[in-house]
Write a protein that binds this ligand. Structure first.
Ligand SMILES: [Fe+2]
Length: 212
């Protein structure tokens, strides 16, 4: 098998596979053609589903946990494609069995689906007015189990706050297509019980974030 990943690259196709290029090309095409975000994301669903159904495009090392992870819990976050202007990224998120992400937001529209293993997702809705950046009142809006080939939509602020947990015996791998440079933007983690909001940058396991 040829070497599909480009270790010395922080932007562009960090994994250069036809399946990834096809999804990024389709995202670019639909972004230029469809101004309405919900309609654009709906139109992207077939292309995203195709990537989740395809095999042999994700390098093995980008499907493994990362013990030095910025997310904690051995969670690996591997950039597969990053637009240099920060307008789009594709990454894999690897969560070991029993581990879970913090409650967090994404701050961009996109699609997230499971490629390996099984994840439980808990989505929160915010019931405060958001005026105090350090505090939030959250209540659970929905919980769902997501399996191979299944995916969901982010349309911030709708469904943008969640956490996911691996419930399979093997690590789960989810694939994220999001309209920002997710791991390098300053997002938020939430302590639901205490109502506290903390800014954070998760960082990628395999690529650098720009200096601030
Ligand atoms: Fe997430």
């Amino acid at each position: 098998m040829c070497d599909l990943d480009h270790d010395n690259r922080d932007y562009g196709f960090l994994v250069d596979a036809p399946e990834i290029r096809a999804l990024v090309d389709e995202t670019r095409r639909l972004t230029s053609e469809i101004a309405d975000t919900r309609q654009r994301v709906d139109a992207l669903r077939p292309a995203f589903g195709k990537l989740l159904a395809a095999e042999n495009w994700l390098p093995r090392k980008y499907g493994e946990p990362d013990l030095k992870s910025g997310m904690g819990g051995g969670i690996g976050q591997y950039a597969l494609y990053r637009a240099e202007d920060g307008s789009l990224c594709l990454f894999s998120l690897v969560i070991p069995p029993g581990s879970q992400t913090p409650i967090h937001d994404h701050l961009a529209w996109g699609l997230i689906g499971v490629y390996r293993g099984i994840q439980d997702e808990t989505v929160y809705r915010r019931t405060d007015d958001g005026r105090d950046e350090s505090k939030a009142t959250l209540e659970i809006a929905r919980q769902q189990t997501v399996r191979h080939g299944e995916f969901y939509t982010l349309l911030p602020p709708l469904d943008d706050i969640h956490y996911v947990k691996t419930v399979s015996d093997t690590p789960s791998i989810s694939i994220h297509l999001l309209a920002n440079d997710t791991a390098c933007v300053t997002r938020h983690r939430f302590d639901a019980a205490g109502g506290i909001v903390t800014p954070f940058r998760s960082g990628y396991s395999n690529a650098a974030c720009p200096d601030r």
